[in-house]
Design a binder for this molecule. Structure first.
Ligand SMILES: NC(=O)C1=CN([C@@H]2O[C@H](COP(=O)(O)OP(=O)(O)OC[C@H]3O[C@@H](n4cnc5c(N)ncnc54)[C@H](OP(=O)(O)O)[C@@H]3O)[C@@H](O)[C@H]2O)C=CC1
Ligand SMILES: CC(C)=CCC[C@@H](C)[C@H]1CC[C@H]2C3=C(CC[C@]12C)[C@@]1(C)CCC(=O)[C@@H](C)[C@@H]1CC3
Length: 333
């Protein structure tokens, strides 16, 4: 009951926004928190951050499953033994878990320089084979491959807090996290960055401001990503004067647990056999980044930028050329 009330209280704050260590000061390592860091794009980002700057960073992996988190930490330390890598238990779909993780974070660290809001799900996806083949022979074929538009729907669930699962996991838990971490994110004389993993699949048509959780539709994933884009814009306005900057990225189409789940009956070997087809498609659409390493390009690119120089109205895309070269390109949201 109490949880429901707290959830609702925060949900009200959220709606408004959407509709428009142990480390001491002596140690000046930048603190980076990554959600959904134990696999896919999040793990590749951690690896690349450590390759970029092993000594200057204090990395904190926020994961719901501590066994997977330990495995990811061991992998990272195997290639970067001098790195500082901590774990934080957090389930972004649960209000109480996010609140206690944020509390724990504030006890452990007194600063947060980069917050990567990356955890995400696309549960019970349904792939419309008929629409896919129709799309293949239409003028929209490139858009279909770049965005997945018109060929994917999902069946959503409800969390124990009474929120829609996709909304809670992809967006609301992250919203709550940012609000709770304000004291470590907003510091005078220092800037911090929020970086959201959004998607090309974010469609305005899927988002209904009267139903921000997408209780009644079949595209909760698209809706949650569109709301992510809106929220980032709103955060930029809200935190402008406090030195906190927010950006959204799309990693492109990446082979990860999330995408394997789209065709669950497809054995892993078939995905591997399809790789030459995907490389060919990449010649026509540079959004087929395919590997988590390539997909994390825009995330690492943003890490290297001065946040003041970023366009708050842009979505930064990880792209891979037909020849396999990675680059980042902004497109207006
Ligand atoms: N793959 C793609 O083509 C694209 C992906 N994206 C986005 O990229 C992001 C990363 O996904 P990707 O790397 O592809 O997929 P993965 O499934 O590999 O990674 C998703 C990560 O999110 C974590 N996660 C899921 N639910 C929760 C939760 N309730 N609490 C905490 N962590 C959670 C997962 O943890 P666990 O291992 O425990 O499940 C995992 O670490 C997502 O936001 C996704 O929407 C956007 C566009 C394209
Ligand atoms: C079986 C063959 C030959 C192809 C399968 C194609 C689709 C499974 C695939 C084509 C474009 C992909 C895509 C996504 C999922 C898988 C596809 C539909 C996403 C929707 C995954 C999640 C995202 O956030 C989008 C950016 C992706 C867009 C492209």
């Amino acid at each position: 009951m109490t949880l429901h009330r707290r959830g609702n209280q925060f949900l009200n704050q959220f709606s408004c926004a959407c509709c428009v260590t142990s480390l001491g000061f002596a140690e000046m390592r930048k603190v980076v928190l990554v959600t959904g860091a134990n696999s896919g794009v999040g793990l590749a980002l951690c690896e690349r951050l450590l390759s970029h700057d092993t000594e200057g960073l204090h990395l904190c992996l926020a994961c719901r499953n501590m066994q997977k988190a330990q495995a990811a930490r061991s992998d990272l330390l195997a290639s970067h033994p001098a790195a500082q890598v901590d774990l934080l238990q957090m389930d972004t779909s649960s209000v109480s878990s996010v609140l206690s993780a944020a509390q724990e974070f504030k006890v452990r660290y007194d600063r947060l320089d980069y917050l990567y809001l990356n955890a995400g799900i696309m549960p019970n996806p349904e792939f419309d084979v008929k629409a896919f083949f129709k799309g293949l022979f239409s003028s929209n074929v490139i858009t279909m491959f770049a965005t997945g538009e018109g060929i994917l729907t999902q069946k959503d669930g409800v969390t124990t807090d009474g929120l829609q699962q996709v909304f809670a996991t992809n967006l609301f838990g992250h919203f709550l996290l940012v609000r709770e971490l304000e004291p470590v994110l907003c510091h005078e004389g220092r800037t911090s960055q929020l970086v959201w993993t959004s998607s090309n699949n974010a469609h305005r048509s899927a988002f209904n401001p009267e139903d921000i959780q997408h209780r009644t539709g079949t595209q909760p994933y698209s809706s949650s990503k569109y709301a992510t884009d809106l929220l980032s814009l709103a955060f930029n306005q809200h935190y402008e004067k406090q030195g906190l900057y927010s950006s959204v990225i799309c990693p492109g189409f990446v082979m990860t647990n999330l995408t394997y789940g789209i065709l669950p009956s497809f054995p892993a070997i078939l995905w591997t056999l399809l790789m030459p087809v995907f490389w060919l498609i990449r010649v026509f659409t540079n959004t087929f980044t395919l590997t988590p390493y390539n997909g994390s390009e825009a995330l690492i690119w943003l890490f290297r930028q001065k946040p003041e120089s970023l366009d708050p109205y842009a979505k930064y895309h990880s792209l891979t050329s037909g020849l396999g070269n990675n680059y980042t390109q902004p497109h207006k949201v």
